[in-house]
Every structure is written in C-alpha cells, then in structure tokens.
Design a protein around this ligand. Structure first.
Ligand code: PGA
Length: 248
C-alpha cells in the first residue's frame, strides 16, 4: 500500500505572525512523517524551526535544476536540503502557466531532486478545455512521461505524483472522487509499466479544492493516496482536519 500524505501548498500566502499562530494551534494526534507544508521560500527557515515540535516536515514550492551559480532569483537544491527541506513541489500548474515551465524544465528538476535526495512532488493535470475535449488521459500521461524521462528509483519514497486538474485548483470545484480515481488509475498503470512493483507503491496525491468536507470521500478511493492542498491548508484547524482524515 502506498503511504498516505497530506501536503499543504501555502503558495505566496501567510505573514510571519500568521505562521506563528498556525504552528501554535497545530495539534496533530497521529503522525508518521506524512504531514508536510510548503511555505514561501523566505519562510522556510522559520517554518522548519516551528514545525519540528509539531512533527511536520517542510519543503519548497519550487527549486532550480542547476548547481550553484549565476541564477538570480532561484533556490539551489543543496541550499534547500542544507536548511532541512524534505521535498519540493515541481511543475505546479501555476509554475507552468504563469512562469512558462516546460515539461523539459520540470524533468530536469525532478532528476536533480532525486539525485540530491529532495523528494519531488511532480504535479500534472489537464485544463478545463482539455477535459471537455476528451484529452485528459493523453495530457496527463504525456506530462507524466515527460516529467519522468530518464528517472530511475531505488525505492518508492523518492518520488510523489500529484494529479491536480487545473480547473479544480482554487475554484472550490473539486473533481469527484470517481473522476480523480479514474485518472489516478491511469497514472498508476504508467508508474507500474515504468518502475515495476515499485510503481505500485508510489504515492499519488490528488489536489484541487480539497477541503475537510470532501477529503474523506476522495481518500476512500484506492489510488488516491493523500492530498496536495492550497486554500484549506492555511488555517490550523482545517489542516488538522485534513491530516486526521489522512490518518484513518
Ligand atoms: P487549492 O490548491 O486546494 O486551493 O485548490 C491546490 C494546489 O494548487 O495545490
């Protein structure tokens, strides 16, 4: 059985006082190092200190595929791991659409993360028009294949996949559990073709308007192994509810 994760993607949100308030209220009952948060890069150090007591692991929302060098505005994987980051979200739809990240860029980041021991959460997902045109499977599996080009794994914990339909992100309109499971099964098949038995153990998260009211239904699907959550991860009580659902 793949491990279940609840991952908060804070995007470009949270002030320092909101972060302190969040961690002071965070009381998690069960934890197997599977509750993760990705704050803004400038808040990573602060969050690592505060999250340690709460048992939450911290990661980045993005990283550079390059070694140290002249790359203004970027974060090196070595610097992120030196701080104590555990993972990085890679290829989020906002990075693809707002910052022009290509499948090739994303593949380089995935390869660099795995090489350096930072767990990549590779995000893939179709737009509304792609879904309406019946292209969901082709789009999602193409992004997955390209993102995983030349990737080799020693074990399943080195990689996480997040299926995030673009039309469900930040819209309040989640995919139904059946829609999510259908795509997760297609992802699972490709992971199995590529990685054999290890592919059956890789966690596939669902993201897009996950909240305490729909999380249990989504997580009841056999191939939905957790959530990547934006809006509903910003408040402690809501994040705790999501983590509790993930522990059941
Ligand atoms: P949302 O965002 O939960 O606010 O829809 C999810 C994401 O972008 O990862």
């Amino acid at each position: 059985m793949p491990k279940s994760y609840m991952v908060g993607n804070w995007k470009m949100n949270q002030t320092l006082s909101e972060i302190e308030d969040f961690f002071s209220k965070l009381k998690l009952t069960s934890n197997q190092n599977n509750f993760w948060i990705a704050p803004q890069a400038v808040h990573i150090s602060t969050c690592i200190n505060l999250a340690m007591k709460a048992g939450v692991l911290i990661g980045a929302q993005n990283c550079s595929a390059n070694e140290f060098g002249a790359y203004t505005g970027e974060s090196a994987i070595d610097s992120l791991t030196e701080l104590g980051c555990h993972f990085s979200i890679i290829g989020h739809s906002e990075r693809r659409s707002l910052y022009g990240e290509s499948n090739e860029d994303i593949n380089k980041k995935v390869l660099a993360c795995i090489k350096k021991g930072l767990v990549p959460i590779l995000c893939i997902g179709e737009t509304l028009s792609q879904r309406e045109n019946g292209e969901t499977k082709d789009v999602v599996l193409f992004q997955l294949e390209q993102g995983l080009k030349d990737v080799e794994l020693n074990n399943e914990s080195e990689l996480i996949i997040a299926y995030e339909p673009v039309w469900a992100i930040g819209t309040g309109k989640s995919a139904s559990s059946a829609q999510a499971e259908e795509v997760h099964q297609q992802i699972r098949r490709l992971l199995n073709d590529k990685f054999g038995a290890t592919g059956d153990e890789i966690s596939i998260l669902y993201g897009g308007s996950v909240k305490p009211t729909n999380v249990e239904e989504l997580l009841s699907m056999p191939n939905v192994n957790g959530g990547l959550v934006g809006g509903a991860s910003l408040k402690a009580d809501s994040f705790v509810a999501l983590c509790n659902a993930c522990s059941k």
